[in-house]
Design a protein around this ligand. Sequence first.
Ligand SMILES: NC(=O)c1ccc[n+]([C@@H]2O[C@H](COP(=O)([O-])OP(=O)(O)OC[C@H]3O[C@@H](n4cnc5c(N)ncnc54)[C@H](O)[C@@H]3O)[C@@H](O)[C@H]2O)c1
Length: 325
Amino acid sequence: MAFRLCVTGGAGFIGSHFINYLEELRIAGEFKGQIVVYDLLTYAGDLNRIKTEDYVFVRGDVTDRDLFYQTLAQHDITHIVHFAAETHVDRSILDITDFIKTNIYGTANVLACASRYWQTLPEKFMGKHMIHISTDEVYGAIKASDTPANEASPLAPSNPYAATKAAADQLVLGEIYGNAFPATIVRSSNNFGHNQNEEKFIPKIMACLKAHRAIPIYGDGSQMRTWLSAKTFSKFLYALMTEGNTGEIINIRGEETLSNLALAQRIRSIYTRCFGCEAAPITHITDRKNHDIFYHIDNEKQFKRFPEIEFESLSDFLEATFKDQ
Ligand SMILES: NC(=O)c1ccc[n+]([C@@H]2O[C@H](COP(=O)([O-])OP(=O)(O)OC[C@H]3O[C@@H](n4cnc5c(N)ncnc54)[C@H](O)[C@@H]3O)[C@@H](O)[C@H]2O)c1
């Protein structure tokens, strides 16, 4: 199938990995299609992350009804992968305004424009698909001893970022159930990979090590997170895209779960091995209020549907990144 794909937030961390993965597939003759990157280029967006020129760029806000609709119509878009969001929890705690605007209103606008445009076509929703990128944080914290959240579990977000993502998920679900809108909601665990913004956990630790600065860890560092490579995540997303609309929710998670402290210690020891010098120390700073202890999601559906997708290893990524420096 020749996709005419609109990638919102394509200049961000995961969006750019997804486009770079499609380019690899294109070179291998496995992907045919046009890509439109629709991105506002906030502080988090950078087109230099995209390693191909084979796309059209539209600088725009997902809340801009006219421009987004016009982009869909002008390029006769058949598929949307909606990454665009405000994503940093600490920023959302300081000020939720942009999170409400982009994550909730922006998603409502993407849905409304796609629904309106696709319904002008004779085939309507047939062959159309929107993949909405969400997060495991919408389920809130779950104890390691409890059953992991599956796709039917209730949403219980416990930070402002997660609350806006949960609200966006509900809007997408409303369209799926209420209007038979062709969408899939993907709830992913934490991603790692090249070109992530330095405000996020792994790049922040790497930047501290490079600058021989103490590594700040919230509280005792016991918060558990599951890590998935952005490239592996892109493979799951492409598999979902090629399968077509199933109108479902799917959890996608990585294979390694670590406490923040254990991850920081692992990064330090790989640094020491690669550079043969002592790594900067870890320093414990005041914890976030009600910092979620564990995002624990069930991956039964993911393994049943896509057993063949292999995971990129976190340690291999860390080692390769240090060796490149
Ligand atoms: N990074 C993770 O570990 C992770 C885990 C689970 C889910 N997610 C979700 O994946 C998606 C992408 O995350 P990321 O880490 O790549 O984010 P990011 O912060 O790196 O990139 C976000 C991108 O969206 C763009 N953007 C922001 N506001 C916009 C607006 N109003 N209009 C158009 N573009 C706008 C930015 O310019 C940027 O390019 C998000 O929806 C996030 O909630 C991320």
